[in-house]
Design a protein around this ligand. Structure first.
Ligand code: NAP
Length: 286
């Protein structure tokens, strides 16, 4: 395990590259095109670090570990250009929000990471705000990765219940992404009468869907997630909010769409999700 690549030089991918570069000096950060990025770590806006991006189309090496950190609608294109970077034991780590995307992979060693890294990319500038953590399923292969990266700022947490970790993050994203995107407002939308109630009801539906997928959360999860939302600064936007403002493809299919389809599968009544999901689809311009 000595040859590392990261595909997707955005907020998450650049942070992983920055965190690993001293431990893995030959690692490749791969993007759509060759580029030099100015990377600001831990909210320090005064001290740029340069990151070199190689065009994915110009890379012909094979890697032992590849992190994929593109947005959900960008994944299928990356997967169509991946085969020549893989050997039979390559470990792929999908660093994305949402659920269900692993079904698009045919390679055997693929793990979904639950991403706790916060940042934003604007043109050639990437600002990392906080957190350096990925949660992965505990296997001998991920244990070896964890050991390999133990002296880097990237913290890999292993869990026996990756489904619970993925679903928890999915539920955290579900309500706040939906209301900020549809209202085109930052977290300040939570002060609008009725919005907190809408979030709570949407979270209850999400928790019920999780139960039918054998992921059981205690009822207090709704209050717990609402407390997380209330801790957000009112000027904070979510990724779906920024994507909708910038007319970018939205990560709907891995979040609201994934849950909507699961609700249909289990014949569940989810009136809030049934309203939110088509309204988001209707906003999708691409
Ligand atoms: N940002 C956060 O705070 C955060 C937190 C937790 C989870 N996440 C999740 O992490 C995932 C990645 O998010 P992000 O915020 O890092 O996204 P991002 O900043 O938009 O970065 C995605 C990067 O992928 C690149 N890309 C797109 N298509 C590509 C292709 N075909 N080949 C190579 N590179 C390609 C983009 O290139 P261009 O620069 O050319 O567009 C961009 O640099 C998402 O699922 C997101 O929901 C993000």
């Amino acid at each position: 395990m000595s040859n590392f690549a990261i595909i997707g030089p955005g907020a998450v991918g650049s942070t992983i590259a920055y965190d690993l570069q001293h431990n893995q000096p030959n690692l490749k950060l791969l993007g759509r095109r060759e580029q030099t990025l100015n990377f600001f770590v831990d909210g320090d806006s005064t001290n740029p670090h340069q990151l070199t991006v190689t065009a994915l189309s110009d890379c012909h090496e094979k890697f032992d570990v590849i992190f994929i950190a593109v947005k959900i609608p960008q994944l299928s294109k990356v997967l169509s250009k991946l085969d020549h970077l893989l050997h039979q034991d390559t470990m792929l780590i999908l660093a994305q929000n949402g659920h269900g995307q692993l079904s698009e992979f045919t390679h055997p060693f693929v793990y979904q990471a639950v991403v706790y890294i916060s940042g934003q990319k604007e043109k050639d500038k990437v600002t990392h705000f906080r957190d350096h953590k990925l949660i992965l399923k505990d296997t001998p292969q991920t244990q070896a990765l964890c050991k390999k990266l133990e002296n880097t700022p990237l913290k890999i947490q292993l869990t026996d219940d990756i489904e619970a970790a993925i679903w928890y993050k999915l539920l955290v994203n579900l309500a706040i992404n939906s209301v900020t995107a549809l209202s085109r407002s930052t977290a300040s939308v939570l002060t609008v009468p009725g919005i907190k109630n809408l979030c709570e009801n949407l979270l209850r539906e999400g928790t019920e869907i999780a139960k039918f997928e054998n992921v059981i959360f205690e009822e207090k999860i709704v209050t717990e997630i609402m407390t997380i939302y209330e801790g957000y600064p009112s000027e904070m936007g979510t990724s779906m909010y920024y994507d909708i403002l910038e007319d970018k493809p939205l990560e709907i299919e891995g979040i609201q769409g994934f849950l909507y389809n699961k609700a249909r599968l289990h014949n569940l009544k989810t009136p809030i999700l049934d309203t939110i999901y088509p309204l988001l689809l209707a906003q999708q311009k691409n």
